[in-house]
Ligand binder design. Sequence first.
Ligand code: FE
Ligand code: FE
Ligand code: ZN
Length: 281
Amino acid sequence: MFTIGCHLSSTGGFLAMGECAISLGANTFQFFTRNPRGSRAKPVDPADAEALINLMKENRFGTILAHAPYTINPCSKTERTREFARETMADDLLRMESLPGNFYNFHPGSHTGQGIDAGIEEIADTLNCILSEEQHTTVLLETMAGKGTEIGSRFEELAAIIDRVKLKNHVGICMDTCHVSDAGYDIIHHLDDVLDEFDSVIGLGRLKALHLNDSKNPPGSHKDRHEKIGRGAIGQEAFRRIINHETLRDLPCFLETPNELPGYAEEIRMLREMREEQGAK
Ligand code: FE
Ligand code: FE
Ligand code: ZN
């Protein structure tokens, strides 16, 4: 099944997002767990969560993805900032239990000068603190562009974090196409090689979701500026290969392109058209 959706605003609640996704031709969606300033999140309305679960079943949705606020930083050099990230993520995971079996994605963070190794330890500490055996959510580390002191632009860094996590079966990776390209992995001309490298460093079994974004900048630019699908450096043909690749085609895909809802509907329609039958070449 091709599972494709986009980022949606969560202001109307869970059911409203599910209905919006359907209106766009999507069968999944992504949302922020709270506003990016990371302030207090609205309490979960159990009836609303239940209604979304039913709608997802009836419409055969794939896994949905909750995105942590991108302003939290689990590996800041400032202790209070790290604590805040931990509290926010722990609270988000608690709330995600009302939508069991889905994904919670976060940016590993920026080490803000203390160095990559220290950052990796702190990110792993955070995960060891917030993960519990009973949780029904898989926490995903997002591949990053390597802007500033960002950690997670190299597969080795993500592998080193997961290595230090105790409950490894609760963690995975979300690969952002704009970010990996900006990080210098050539998914435009050498997708197979990049996936082989991912497999040998992290293991493809950990790859759980894709963020589909074109990039305003050339590979290796470390910029992180998303572009509409086919309008950027990655280009439409590379996306055709990505969404049809045998190791990627069953992963849920989430658009975070610069679009309003009609633009998202159009991209989803275009990607569905680009999708080939299994085994077709
Ligand atoms: Fe992200
Ligand atoms: Fe992303
Ligand atoms: Zn980005």
